[in-house]
Design a protein around this ligand. Structure first.
Ligand SMILES: NC(=O)c1ccc[n+]([C@@H]2O[C@H](COP(=O)([O-])OP(=O)(O)OC[C@H]3O[C@@H](n4cnc5c(N)ncnc54)[C@H](O)[C@@H]3O)[C@@H](O)[C@H]2O)c1
Length: 232
């Protein structure tokens, strides 16, 4: 799993370990204190060499079938589109889109060459469902819409060859990703039908569903887990 040390990644790691799975936690720096059952490996998802090395290491160390969750992501902090620098735009795209593509490619090649498997990409409701308000995050929103399109594209290419690719699109989850936007929580809350933010474990359970055999007929599915935010 990429982005394994973040809010959602850590909760998902713990959830998968509790289900009896071994987790390789891939993140920018090696986690000095990973949850029990998680083996931490460093990688920058934007760097093809890093991603290839991490995939090779996982395959060397894994004792059973391998699946992939792409959870690494970043967001710009409320930048007006007309003021956004190319560097800011590219930085978000590099992690959120290029990173997902590189990770899917490196692991997908191995899954296709083996006995298949399952990939889940973390997109966002801020892609195909809504353009969040009032924060301005055009690069993030565009990157997440692209992750969903990439997910569907890979699903069509790889599904017939035994690799299912699906996406989870969370709504608002209180994690470090939103740390800079906490002052906006009160503005978002009235829009959430369930009137609360998601717990990380609620996102983890949705990802685990798409990753495992309970979702064996899901192919290119985008599972929106947003407490109803995008309904109104
Ligand atoms: N928190 C939310 O409300 C929310 C909503 C919708 C979607 N998401 C998505 O869920 C995913 C996880 O978000 P989170 O809330 O846990 O965020 P987080 O900031 O807590 O975790 C993100 C993780 O990604 C890692 N990361 C960043 N750049 C990386 C890189 N270049 N290479 C490897 N790892 C890198 C970070 O080190 C961090 O551990 C992201 O893709 C995010 O866009 C989050």
């Amino acid at each position: 799993m990429t982005g394994a040390s973040g809010g959602i990644g850590r909760a998902l790691s713990e959830h998968l370990v509790a289900q009896g799975l071994s987790v390789f936690g891939l993140d920018l720096v090696e986690d000095p204190d990973p949850p029990a059952g998680v083996r931490s490996l460093p990688l920058d998802v934007t760097a093809p060499g890093d991603v290839e090395r991490a995939a090779a290491a996982v395959y060397e160390l894994a004792s059973g079938p391998v699946d992939l969750v792409c959870c690494a992501g970043i967001v710009e902090d409320d930048v007006a589109a007309e003021d956004m620098s190319i560097a800011q735009f590219d930085a978000v795209m590099a992690v959120n889109l290029r990173g997902v593509f590189l990770s899917c490619q490196a692991f997908g090649r191995r899954l296709l060459a083996g006995s298949g498997g399952s990939i889940v990409n973390i997109a966002s409701m801020s892609g195909n469902q809504v353009v969040n308000y009032p924060q301005r995050q055009s690069a993030y929103n565009a990157s997440k819409a692209a992750v969903t399109a990439l997910t569907k594209s890979l699903a069509v290419e790889w599904g017939p060859r035994g690799v299912r690719v699906n996406a989870v699109s969370p709504g608002y989850v209180d994690t470090p990703l939103l740390a800079l936007k906490k002052h906006q929580f009160d503005q978002w809350k009235p829009g959430i039908v369930l009137a609360r933010f998601a717990g990380t474990s609620e996102i983890a359970r949705a990802v685990a569903f798409l990753l495992g055999s309970d979702s064996s007929y899901c192919c290119g599915t985008e599972l929106v887990v947003d407490g109803g935010y995008s309904l109104r």
